[in-house]
Design a protein around this ligand. Structure first.
Ligand code: F3S
Length: 285
């Protein structure tokens, strides 16, 4: 009998669930609905919304060309300029589904920057969430993601620095990078803005991966939090598989696994997790 351990934290986090629900609620209004960027990193959900008439604005140009409709901001948030552009146009209706944990980082950066501190964001500079956070700084701002960049991080003036993290950043690594900045004689005000949903998901994934024969991580390769989950599981379990849907699952060569763990990124709907779980349960490995 095969044992399956599914992480309780697998699937939509609070912020993603809230954003996806808002889109479905808005569809009910019968208005023209747009999301600024794909609402989540999940093709099935995005395709379903498309079938229901929701269109995706890819960039500022798409937004500027828009004549009317409702524009939904996804949980990652958007740069200040985009937010202001939507709210300044009376013919557009803004529905802000920015996760409150991300909005809190915008507030911290805005306030700290206004008080004269430079800003360091620990995260991936190319990620939309970080692009949004950075836009709220009015003083110097740098994005760093590793020890090398922390050691090289320099500001011309003002030794006072506020450090925040991308919500999905690894907490231990965040603390390590803050220490490096501190040693560079900056006066550091660091705010741990790593989201607890991410931390709990990562801890649970690590704990399950360390006791199973094979680990399945469900999510998109485009999703930052799924990628980190995969890396964490891989460290503890060599037989770790990253799949987006059940179709990607090919465990033929691994029929001897008696204990299989399952986790999923924040953009993975529950029904996909259940599908994979049922399939694995019904398959004789
Ligand atoms: Fe929000 Fe945390 Fe999810 S910041 S979008 S609840 S990962």
């Amino acid at each position: 009998m095969k044992e399956i351990i599914t992480a309780g934290s697998a699937g939509f986090c609070f912020g993603v669930e809230r954003a996806v629900n808002k889109v479905y609620e808005e569809i009910e209004t019968g208005e023209e609905i747009y999301t600024y960027g794909e609402i989540i990193h999940n093709e099935l959900v995005v395709d379903d919304l498309k079938k229901k008439g929701v269109r995706v604005l890819k960039n500022k140009e798409d937004l500027e060309a828009l004549q009317k409709g409702t524009v939904i901001i996804r949980s990652h948030g958007v740069p200040r300029e985009i937010y202001e552009l939507i709210s300044s146009r009376p013919e557009l209706r803004l529905v802000d589904a920015t996760c409150p944990f991300v909005s809190k980082i915008h507030d911290i950066v805005r306030e700290q920057s206004a008080s004269g501190r430079n800003i360091v964001v620990i995260g991936d500079a190319a990620h939309p969430e970080v692009e949004g956070i950075v836009s709220y700084a009015t003083t110097g701002v740098k994005v760093i993601k590793d020890e090398k960049e922390a050691s090289e991080c320099e500001f011309d003036e003002h030794r006072e620095v506020c450090v925040v993290a991308q919500t999905t950043f690894n907490l231990a690594k965040f603390q390590k990078l803050v220490e490096i900045l501190r040693k560079k004689s900056y006066s550091i005000y660091d705010v741990n803005t790593v989201c607890s949903a991410t931390r709990i998901r990562q801890e649970e994934a690590r704990s399950i991966a360390s006791k199973v024969d094979a680990m399945i991580v469900i999510g998109s390769r485009k999703s930052s939090n799924t990628g980190k989950l995969y890396d964490i599981c891989r460290e503890c379990c060599a037989e770790t598989y990253l799949i987006q849907t059940l179709d990607d699952l090919n465990l033929e060569e691994a029929k001897s696994f008696s204990c299989v763990g399952i986790t999923a990124g924040a953009s993975t709907p529950k029904f996909i997790i259940e599908e994979v779980q049922n399939y694995v349960r019904g398959t004789e490995f």
